[in-house]
Design a protein around this ligand. Sequence first.
Ligand code: GMT
Length: 382
Amino acid sequence: MKIGIVCYPTYGGSGVVATELGIALANTGHEVHFIAYKQPFRLSYFHENISFHEVTFADYPLFEYPPYETALASKLVDAVKFSKLEVIHVHYAIPHASAALLAKQILAAQNIHIPVITTLHGTDITLVGKDPTYAPVVTYSINNSDAVTAVSADLRRQTYDTFDISKEIEVIPNFINTHIYRPDNKSHFKKAIAPHGEKIIIHTSNFREVKRIEDVIYVFYELRKNIDAKLLLVGDGPERQKAEQLCRQLGTCSDTRFLGKQDAINELLAISDLFILPSAAESFGLAALEAMACGVPVISSNAGGIPEVNIQGVTGFLSEVGNVNEMAANALRLLENNDLLEQFKTNALAQAQQFSTERIVPEYEKLYGNLVKKIEMKFVAP
Ligand code: GMT
């Protein structure tokens, strides 16, 4: 099948999922075309089944804001016509879904019919999408896509609760490449970070306010009163400076490393003992799944779709958002009891297998196949 994938190419969960989906589809023989304003960051190598179409903007003094949505719709029309795409799959509603629907209309006027699949990722619904600035367009785009998927049951519920939705939303959870994200306890690497056998605590994110980085530092501060531990903070973003200030104020900097954006996150996760995800909102929590696939239990908040991934008392512990004392107590309970920690590591790994690429990606393939058949029956059948 010839599949067009639209995504944000920068660091961020939706772009990661879209890119990994495209790679997985290409590996099974589909022809995948990424349409984005920049090469997606996990796509920096050649793959015979993958092409990239860059959305470019013609600059003009009148445009105070580049008309991204218009440029994207035009690029989609071009890609569908000349690469003979059969489906357009957009990740993140704003403005990808509405741009794809515009492209679909333009193409229909030329007797080219193509289904549009919209995948909702979270902030396009829970934070940005419900703002009155965007809500009418988001509602229209969801109701008029040929299929809509959400990455968790909680996100589907929130979408129905927030907008006036008449469309069926299917849940297809995020997935993980368990061949890359897997336990791999490199002792020399571990030793470089924790030379005296300290426990390694890790957090990865884009350091936005919603991630509550300061809670990570408070949990670590409490934990460190009782055990020897090191904290790895991976990623970068607007909250980084505040996090550094807090770490200095609490005196935890000597055991904390700010590693910035890293490509080989799997290697850092694989040497870690515990992952902390205290987010205020999280439609799914792909970062937690990445950790679990490396055999790392998760101490998290119970926001959004996190409980669908991190299972209370099995793969980790969940607390109300902001309850850092309970998070620290749960972390300590695990780290002080090696048998319990080992059991949770095994459980985390087993839970992550439920979300393997091999299990989840065929759900998308099935969806594409059904939609293409429907279009053929409507427009091609005699
Ligand atoms: O969480 C972020 O900052 C990135 C964000 C995005 O929109 O790219 O991630 C969202 O999509 C991910 C992939 O589906 C989910 O795993 C994240 O939970 C979700 N983030 C939020 O809901 C805050």
